[in-house]
Structures are given as C-alpha cells and as structure tokens.
Design a protein around this ligand. Structure first.
Ligand SMILES: [Zn+2]
Length: 321
C-alpha cells in the first residue's frame, strides 16, 4: 500500500502531496507543496508568503511559528503549550525520539493568518489549499527530503484553535505511523486529497488518528467526551470501523475516538503496543488482522468503563463551583 499515489501525482504533473486530517469542529482537508515553495503565480497581485507571514519564531527544533501578527505573548504561550504536548507525547509512547523510517518531516511549521478574511485571501495562493474550513494539517510526502509539514490556520476569537490537536497529528505521523495520509487506512478519497487507492475494507485507522490527537491534547479532562459516554452509543468493536466519510460525524470521530483511544491506552496498553509495531512499519494488513482478533472481545469491559467515565463526569459537575 505504500506510495500508491505516486502514479497519479505524476499523471497530474504537479508535485503536491495531498493529505488531510479532520480537525475538531471543522472538516478540513489539504495539500502541501512537495519540496518546492508554494507558487502564487495565479495571483500575481498577492504578496508572497514571506512578506505576508513575515514573523518567524522557532519554539525549538521541532516547532516553528510563522504568522502575520501574533503578539509576543501569544507566541510564548503557544510555544510553551506545544513543547509541553511534545514532552507528553514522547513520554506516553516512549518514542526515544526515533522517527519511523523514511520520515523527513523534521519539524512542523504552524502558519497563522491574522483573521479568517486574510486566510481566505492568501492561503490558496500560498499553499494551494481550499479555505472553506477552519484550518489544515499538511503532512506532504514525508519520505521525500526537503518536505516540510505545515499547519495552516488563522487567529480566531483571539486564540489559536486546534493547535495542540494538529501538533499531535504531526507527532503521531512522525513517530507512530509510517507514510503519508494516503498510505493509511481510511475512506477519504475525495478531493482535494484524491488518494487513489481506496481502503474500503474495515477496520480503519481514523479512530486512532483523531482519538490520539484528542487524548494527548485533553488528557483525562475532556468534558464533551465524558458527557456522551453514558449514552453508550457504540460498541468499541464498531468504533474501529470509524472512517472519514461512511462512518464519520464529529461526535463519532472526535469524542468517541477519544474515548476509544483512552480506553485502549488505560486498559489494553499491550494491544496498543502491538498495533504500534505494525503501524510504524506501515503494515496495514497486519494492523487490520490484529484489530480483527480484538473484534468484540473488549466490548463488555468497554461498556462498564463508559459507565465509570460517566459517573466521574457527573461527580465533577456536582463538585464544580
Ligand atoms: Zn484531527
């Protein structure tokens, strides 16, 4: 399943990796320039990317913030937040800072326009991406030298929304999962990604990708997920079939994804470790085989666990000031 999109890209004769991750509260998808700077030639009147996103700050060697007008205070707090997330991620997965093979995404650059209007005005020209969304994570072709992972968004209500969630996608992609977006297990093959080989068989990997981004970002304190736990809407075995299109929806992808990942991390870490060995190699058939052995075996325990999460959530509501 590796590199299946290459013939298409060649055929289209432009060098863009097309990748997408949904981010909380807005369906987003994107594409990223491959090793060459994005071109704005169709919009010659627009200033180039370096002129518009002129503020560049390196939080550390893994994270760069580029913006139109982030205040020094916002830059400092964003760096602090991301570095804390990075530490937490490496501790949680004991990565020893060792990326998967063929990964050249040495750092993430987070790009922030100063408003939605500026985002709409420039992002398509700067990154060749649609702007009918809240922001995009652009993984690109991690196996290619010079590739740079980009997050493109805008300041909204004074905040940098989804920043931690997106950064976890970057870390998960670099340390837990081989290959680019099209290489993984999902049913997202519509534009602008155009991943050419549909992974139509279940289970998929969306529960993990979105769930782990929420799990690391929120930790044990995710009130929106706790709120819906009592409904017991899905057996765990069904959540492994969560995907972008057919079995999607915001609650299922993010809240139930969070609950599924948290349950597995807290109660079946040994199985998670087995799955990571496979996902780090890009052995998606093996990954599916493993999940099929899980099947419904944990569903009963899952429902009991959901009850405990719901009870804890109720208690914390009652004791809140
Ligand atoms: Zn996401």
């Amino acid at each position: 399943m590796k590199n299946t999109k290459k013939p298409l890209v060649t055929a289209l004769s432009f060098a863009f990796a097309l990748v997408a991750y949904l981010i909380a509260d807005s369906a987003i998808a994107g594409q990223v320039p491959d090793a060459v700077p994005p071109k704005a030639t169709d919009n010659a009147e627009l200033a180039n990317i370096e002129q518009i996103l002129s503020q560049v700050h390196h939080c550390n060697k893994s994270i760069t913030l580029r913006s139109q007008g982030l205040t020094p205070e916002k830059v400092a707090s964003a760096c602090q937040e991301l570095i804390a997330q990075e530490d937490k991620f490496h501790q949680t997965f004991n990565t020893l800072n060792k990326p998967v093979a063929d990964d050249n995404n040495h750092s993430l650059r987070a790009n922030f326009y100063s408003s939605r209007a500026e985002y709409v005005k420039y992002a398509t020209a700067h990154f060749n991406m649609p702007t009918d969304n809240g922001g995009m994570y652009l993984e690109g072709y991690p196996e290619r030298k010079g590739n740079h992972a980009e997050f493109v968004a805008y300041e909204r209500d004074g905040g940098l929304w989804n920043l931690s969630h997106e950064y976890i996608h970057y870390l998960d992609g670099r340390f837990n999962r081989y290959g680019d977006y099209c290489n993984g297990l999902h049913d997202d093959h519509a534009g602008p990604e155009f991943c050419p080989s549909p992974n139509l068989s279940y289970p998929h990997g969306v529960w993990w990708s979105e769930g782990v981004a929420e799990y690391i970002a929120w930790g044990k304190n995710n009130p929106k997920a706790a709120e819906i736990a009592a409904s017991k809407s899905y057996p765990l075995s069904e959540l492994f079939n969560t995907s972008a299109n057919t079995n999607g929806g915001s609650d299922r992808v993010y809240r139930w994804g969070y609950l599924a990942v948290r349950f597995m991390m807290e109660n079946h870490r040994d199985e998670v470790e087995k799955s990571l060995v496979l996902s780090r190699q890009g052995d998606w058939l093996g990954y599916q085989d493993l999940m099929r052995t899980w099947s419904t075996s944990m569903d009963k325990e899952w429902f009991t666990w959901l009850e405990s999460i719901a009870v804890q959530a109720e208690k914390s509501v009652k004791t809140a000031p």
